[in-house]
Design a protein around this ligand. Structure first.
Ligand code: SF4
Ligand code: SF4
Ligand code: F3S
Length: 374
């Protein structure tokens, strides 16, 4: 056993985690990512031996929620240990140093690991007024992003702000915020949207990169398919109620108390791609819909401007913007046609949902006809 392997196993043990717990975690990760069963053992073996790559984490126009999500310290857990497998050389919120010291660490890490480091970006990039709305050590976010993207082996955008613009880009967008992909077009980018993103998804992508030396398979919006391939609606435990036309009408009614579907309370689960319904939050404790709140669509482009959080998708007004946005990217085509076919079969709530379903279907047809450009 090498020093690196024994060191990692010792750290597991010092956190009260046995090797068999670690193996179980790796197997669960492999299952979440729809990898073959042997991938769990491959993850475990590789993570024990993997060298610690340098990671530079830049924070631009953001609220720190993504960082909090990534490092939430409910208790030491295996995800913390995965993060120990990287050398986090710069992260403003977490590092002990500040000012000139932290700037020196940032530039040293870039120089020493040029072409090999992973660049994580949280927050959108401010482009208005020559970028003056977001400056770090006198440099604009756009300038820093260009410099540090140049030497990155891969870029991970964490959160909806960095991936799609998110709340900083919401109307009227005074800072002219843009997502990372608008500035960097020549480097591999993997996007992990969500406001904030699920920590297991972040560590899963890092574990995959450490194990296989490449990014996982991505969809057309650069999201890892393993975590964003399904909609919330596809995996929701309230789905049987949706199929039977059982909908809560208010947050206090009997339907809400019985966990009926939250579609009529504005749930955007049918057009939102994320793993909340499978992985849940806070170490698998719960997730928004399980705690009684509709999905707001926080992991899709156009979040926040699509708005209409408590209006049902069936209303032919603002909420369709969200569906339209997802459809325009081709992301929700499967969900839309699944919804349409389910409604036709079940005839559940046909009057209520037919307007939206036909709107969704029409948009999906238009999008298909235009080759996904619409
Ligand atoms: Fe905050 Fe949400 Fe933006 Fe993350 S995506 S920085 S949680 S506003
Ligand atoms: Fe679940 Fe929302 Fe779909 Fe209802 S509409 S089944 S609450 S995801
Ligand atoms: Fe966001 Fe919906 Fe999950 S609001 S946290 S994608 S349930």
């Amino acid at each position: 056993m090498t020093d690196s392997e024994s060191g990692f196993l010792e750290r597991l043990s010092s956190h009260g985690i046995s090797r068999s717990d670690f193996l179980k975690y790796c197997s669960a990760l492999a299952a979440f990512m729809a990898l073959p069963p042997e991938a769990g053992q491959i993850f475990a073996d590789s993570l024990e031996k993997a060298p610690r790559p340098s990671v530079i984490w830049l924070s631009f126009q953001e609220c720190t929620g993504c960082t909090e999500s990534a490092i939430r310290s409910h208790s030491p857990d295996i995800e913390d240990l995965i993060l120990e497998k990287i050398s986090l050389d710069y992260q403003e919120t977490l590092m002990a140093g500040s000012g000139a010291q932290s700037e020196a660490a940032l530039h040293d890490a870039r120089k020493k690991n040029f072409g090999k480091y992973i660049l994580i970006v949280g927050g959108s990039v401010a482009t208005g007024e020559d970028g003056i709305y977001c400056c770090i050590a006198g440099r604009t976010s756009e300038d820093l992003l260009k410099e540090f993207a140049e030497g990155a082996a891969a870029i991970i955008t964490v959160g909806t702000c960095a991936s799609y613009g998110g709340i900083p880009m919401a109307f009227p967008n005074p800072t002219k915020a843009v997502p990372v992909s608008k500035i960097v077009t020549n480097r591999p980018i993997v996007s992990i949207p969500g406001c904030p993103p699920i920590p297991t998804v972040m560590t899963g992508v890092i574990a995959y990169f450490l194990t296989y030396g490449k990014l996982p398979e991505l969809d057309s919006l650069r999201r890892p398919r393993a975590f964003f391939g399904d909609t919330i609606h596809d995996r929701c435990y309230r789905r049987p109620y949706y199929d039977r036309g059982k909908f809560a009408k208010s947050f206090q009614d009997t339907g809400a108390q019985k966990d009926w579907c939250l579609f009529e309370l504005g749930c955007k689960g049918p057009v939102t791609h994320n793993s909340c319904a499978r992985i849940k939050w806070n170490q698998g404790t719960s997730w928004p819909v399980e705690s009684g709140h509709p999905c707001l669509g926080c992991a899709e482009p156009q979040f926040w401007d699509a708005g209409a959080f408590y209006k049902a998708l069936s209303m032919p007004s603002d909420p369709l913007k969200l569906a339209g946005a997802a459809l325009a990217t081709g992301a929700a085509l499967g969900a839309a046609s699944a919804l349409a076919s389910k409604a036709r079969k079940k005839k559940a709530k046909s009057v209520h949902t037919s307007m939206t379903l036909s709107d969704l279907k029409k948009q999906s047809d238009d999008t298909e006809k235009s080759g996904g450009k619409k």
